[in-house]
Write a protein that binds this ligand. Structure first.
Ligand SMILES: NC(=O)CC[C@H](N)C(=O)O
Length: 324
């Protein structure tokens, strides 16, 4: 019997949904603005190949920044640790994900970590292949294996919408190019990056990918390694230190689960050895994380003692009076 119970999960979803009104759907990528802020779905995937879910799990979510962790895993396999960390650092920034501020402070210039946009652009630049199509194809093939779903593809509408409006990301690319961190055509890199961010899937697929990380890179079904153990370890470590942008410290204290969020409202979480969790809740807080998703994860972490830092089951009602 699974410890995660469907009715209980549905109840947690309803509780967390009450917070949707304090959040806001991202609309700086116009196509994301169409999402329904009160949507909330979750899937928990366990090593025995079972899925417990609540909410409408047929809804697809674009990965946005969640894709950064998957691109990182791929380039670590493509190039090895030393080459990757020559171009991108390992330290949290404390700045918003799209901030340009710290780029000027490090000498020689290099983005502080692969989870902020500047670092993610440097990582996407490193995906091997002779063309954007081939590089995207390699990333998609990897993502499909992790999710165990050959149907996964990207949303042309969301990719196009971001491509047409990504002025800040273009300026990050030009900075990186000036400093020799990337050497490709900026429009090509933006083409690949926006398609990478627009890869879409359900929260069940997300949970399955979370489980692969939770199982140190092994396929939950066949046991086959889909990435080396060290790559899974590095990715989970970044999820803890930088996965929720400049809210990662508070998230580590309150929830304590390696996780990566995206401005679409998706969250991918990996509870080492125990489960993968996928969430879609597009009402975002001011830092760009799913507000309802975080409330839901906080409830789960407390109920099932999921924090990797220990701590027990907390029976007190963490919701209290509804306030932001
Ligand atoms: N935080 C995010 O999810 C950002 C991803 C988005 N595609 C961007 O680059 O702005």
């Amino acid at each position: 019997m699974n410890v995660y119970n469907q009715e209980e999960l549905a109840r947690f979803v309803e509780e967390a949904k009450q917070y949707a009104r304090y959040g806001k759907v991202a609309d700086y990528i116009p196509a994301l603005g169409k999402a329904n802020p009160s949507e909330l779905s979750i899937a928990i995937y366990t090593p025995d190949d079972e899925v417990v879910s609540a909410g409408d799990v047929t809804v697809k979510v674009t990965l946005q920044s969640i894709s950064k962790i998957l691109a990182l895993a791929l380039v670590l396999m493509d190039h090895g640790e030393d080459d990757v960390f020559r171009k991108v650092g390992m330290e949290p920034t404390g700045d918003p994900f799209n901030s340009i501020a710290k780029l000027e402070e490090v000498q020689p210039a290099k983005p502080l970590n692969p989870m902020i946009n500047a670092g993610a652009l440097a990582v996407t630049h490193m995906i091997r292949g002779r063309s954007v199509e081939e590089r995207l194809g390699r990333l998609l093939a990897f993502v499909r294996r992790l999710a165990g779903n050959e149907q996964i593809t990207y949303s042309k509408e969301v990719a196009q919408s971001e491509f047409e409006t990504a002025f800040l990301n273009r300026s990050l690319c030009y900075f990186l190019k000036q400093h020799g961190i990337i050497d490709e055509d900026v429009e090509e890199l933006m083409d690949l990056y926006t398609k990478q961010c627009a890869i879409e899937m359900t929260c069940i697929d997300l949970a399955r990918i979370g489980l692969v990380f939770a199982l140190d890179g092994r396929d939950p079904h066949s046991g086959e390694p889909l990435m080396p153990l060290d790559v899974a370890r590095i990715c989970k470590t970044f999820m803890v230190t930088c996965g929720m942008y400049n809210a990662s410290g508070e998230f580590a204290i309150k929830i304590g689960i390696p996780a990566k969020s995206g401005v679409s409202g998706g969250i991918l979480a990996a509870v080492p050895g125990r489960c993968g969790i996928g969430i879609f809740g597009p009402a975002l807080d001011e830092k760009g994380n799913s507000l309802t998703g975080i409330k839901l994860l906080e409830r789960l972490s407390k109920t099932y003692s999921l924090s990797i830092f220990g701590g027990g089951n907390d029976s007190e009602n963490i919701y209290g009076p509804v306030s932001p």
